[in-house]
Design a protein around this ligand. Structure first.
Ligand SMILES: [Zn+2]
Length: 259
């Protein structure tokens, strides 16, 4: 039955069958847009720089923990250095006091003088030991400081790499978000042209079939455009020109014949 349809001021004739097929053809457009969206979202979720930045962040965490341990060791050596410096100063004062007694003329008793001399000798020996220990500690401080500096530099360099990865990720993500927004808009407009019941069937199959709900009925080749399986001749004949919803007997997806 022919009906009169008015679109945008132009008048053309169409039949109900063509109308129905037209609605079904929209499903193929919808499927193409949904597949694009799935691909774009997958691409968005698997931008390499995201995982690379995360990996580098984990490396930074490890470096930070190494750095903390090194700084703790460094502070320990620095505290030891301060302790030795103080001890050295105390011994120096003591030696000064003893030598003053020794050469000040206040003590004349030879036995007492010998005892002071012995004390000064022993203090000098102790000072030598502390000085040696201090030099070794200063060396340790220097080594630990260098080591901590190296790790800190590596951490800074790694952070710079993270920043660069984050920058590239943000750029790629923004570009994909733009594309996703554009395709979503088209998808919305296309979905609005599909009858609600047909759309519901399509959505349900899409959910069950990993995103691919509709395929083209490739009549000339006699195959399902979704699973590429050859359709039985009788089935194919029934489907061609059919006004009802065709489903592939193999994959159960909607098969749409392009007009
Ligand atoms: Zn199929």
């Amino acid at each position: 039955m022919a009906i009169l349809r008015c679109t945008g001021g132009r008048i053309r004739y169409s039949s109900r069958r063509e109308d129905n097929l037209g609605k079904q053809t929209e499903l193929l457009d919808l499927q193409a847009l949904d597949s694009s969206l799935d691909r774009l979202r997958k691409e968005r979720a698997s931008i390499a720089e995201r995982a690379e930045a995360d990996e580098l962040c984990r490396e930074i965490e490890k470096l930070q923990s190494v750095l903390c341990a090194l700084e703790e060791e460094l502070h320990e050596s620095e505290r030891e250095q301060t302790r030795l410096e103080n001890e050295l100063s105390t011994i120096g004062d003591k030696i000064g006091r003893e030598e003053k007694k020794l050469y000040g003329g206040g003590v004349v008793n030879p036995k007492e003088l010998a005892s002071i001399q012995q004390e000064v000798g022993s203090l000098n020996k102790h000072r030598d030991d502390i000085e040696t220990e201090l030099l070794e500690t200063m060396e340790t401080v220097e080594q630990r400081r260098e080591k901590a500096d190296q790790v800190r530099d590596r951490k800074t360099a790694t952070q710079e790499r993270v920043d660069e990865k984050e920058r590239v990720f943000a750029e790629k993500a923004a570009a994909l978000d733009d594309q996703i927004a554009r395709v979503s808009k088209d998808r919305q407009a296309t979905a609005e042209r599909v009858p609600a019941d047909l759309l519901a069937v399509y959505e349900k199959i899409r959910e069950q079939k990993g995103g691919l709900a509709a395929g083209e009925l490739l009549a000339a080749e006699g195959i399902c455009g979704a699973c590429r399986v050859e359709l039985p001749a009788q089935e194919l004949e029934r489907m061609i020109g059919s006004e009802t919803l065709n489903r592939c007997p193999q994959c159960r997806r909607i098969l749409v014949e392009r007009g």
